[in-house]
Design a protein around this ligand. Structure first.
Ligand code: FAD
Length: 302
């Protein structure tokens, strides 16, 4: 019922908006897991996004927001819901002045980092190898190799679920380790302003290459995953704790603790969301028994 009502709204109010019915989430998640979303919409402008949110609110539907799906475990049975996918849809990057970039949520972090390098701006090198979008990065306060978005976000513009636009300062984003205020505030991150510093493009490019080499050497990039499955517990690293518990290569069905990096649960082929969830629960309980440390998933379970 709700989906035909919402489809009518999209057709009437927002005819240009691209949407698909029964779109497999597995096509949009780096785990390659997830059944169909009843409606998946791909708004290309803030106005289209606003109309979609207003249509969803009128139909009594709370949408799921998808970036590149690189930190999501989606359900095997799919979602009887509206999923709004921003990756490669709500895009755009521009220089506001000598050191500030405005980046839309659907833009990839890799592209943003290369754009910054090409404009002789340093500060975004850490994000070059993070496979998500800017919106997902802000939501997660993504970080690597000593950098995190918290350090460079000047402001974030959002739409509330009823389509009202608001801008929050970096401080108001409540950034912490892999967290932000957006994990509690129902809204869509539309764009952000990043404050960088001027630098030498050759040095920036070299740093990006070095970090990518480190990633390739240590992470199981050849298999589908959602990156580090668990947050770093205070005073420890998840990978060594899991390895010490003897769990490399263990798992359920097609899901397995990576043999290359124990911090990653990988899909070795045909893994279901249930296989991954069982593997996560098994790792949590075995690490607790072996080390007395509680591991908390970093991956968002839908
Ligand atoms: C191989 C690999 C390596 C990785 N390495 C790193 C790393 O080094 N550091 C790191 O921090 N992460 C890493 N990750 C995890 C992931 O890439 C990051 O968390 C990334 O920021 C997620 O972005 P995304 O666009 O894929 O978000 P998604 O996975 O699509 O979404 C993640 C969460 O953000 C929400 N969200 C996404 N976009 C928006 C938006 N515009 N508005 C509101 N909510 C939104 C979603 O609803 C969801 O809850 C890695 C993942 C993989 C697969």
């Amino acid at each position: 019922m709700w989906s035909s009502e919402l489809q009518q709204t999209i057709i009437q109010r927002c005819a240009a908006a691209e949407y698909r019915l029964q779109e497999p989430l597995s096509r949009h998640t780096s785990f390659r897991i997830g059944g169909p979303a009843a409606i998946m919409a791909f708004p290309k402008t803030t106005e289209e996004l606003k109309l979609l949110l207003q249509g969803a609110a009128a139909a009594g539907v709370q949408p799921y927001i998808l970036g590149a799906g690189t930190n999501i475990l989606a359900p095997d049975e799919g979602l009887d819901a509206l999923v709004i996918c921003l990756k490669d849809a709500l895009c755009g990057i521009r220089c506001l002045d000598e050191t500030r970039l405005e980046i839309y949520a659907g833009e990839s972090m890799a592209k943003a980092a290369v754009f910054a390098k090409n404009h002789a701006l340093t500060g975004l090198e850490f994000a070059h190898g993070i496979p998500g979008t800017l919106g997902g990065g802000v939501y997660m306060n993504a970080g690597a190799y000593g950098g995190e978005l918290k350090q460079i976000v000047e402001s974030v513009t959002i739409l509330t679920m009823d389509g009202e636009e608001k801008t929050l300062s970096g401080e108001e984003c409540g950034f912490g380790y892999r967290t932000s205020v957006y994990q509690k505030l129902p809204c869509v991150i539309v764009r952000a302003v990043l404050r960088l510093q001027t630098g030498d493009p050759d040095v920036i490019g070299q740093t990006m290459r070095t970090l990518m080499e480190k990633r390739k050497a240590s992470q199981p990039l050849e298999l589908p995953s959602a990156g580090s499955t668990f947050k770093r517990p205070e005073g420890y690293f998840a990978g060594p704790l899991i390895e010490r518990a003897g769990l490399k290569g263990c798992g359920f069905g097609g899901a397995e603790v990576s043999k290359k990096h124990a911090g990653f649960v990988v899909n070795t082929g045909g893994a279901s969301a249930d296989d991954v969830k069982k593997t996560i629960a098994m790792v949590q309980s075995r690490v607790w028994e072996a080390s007395g440390v509680r591991l908390e998933p970093e991956v968002r379970i839908w």
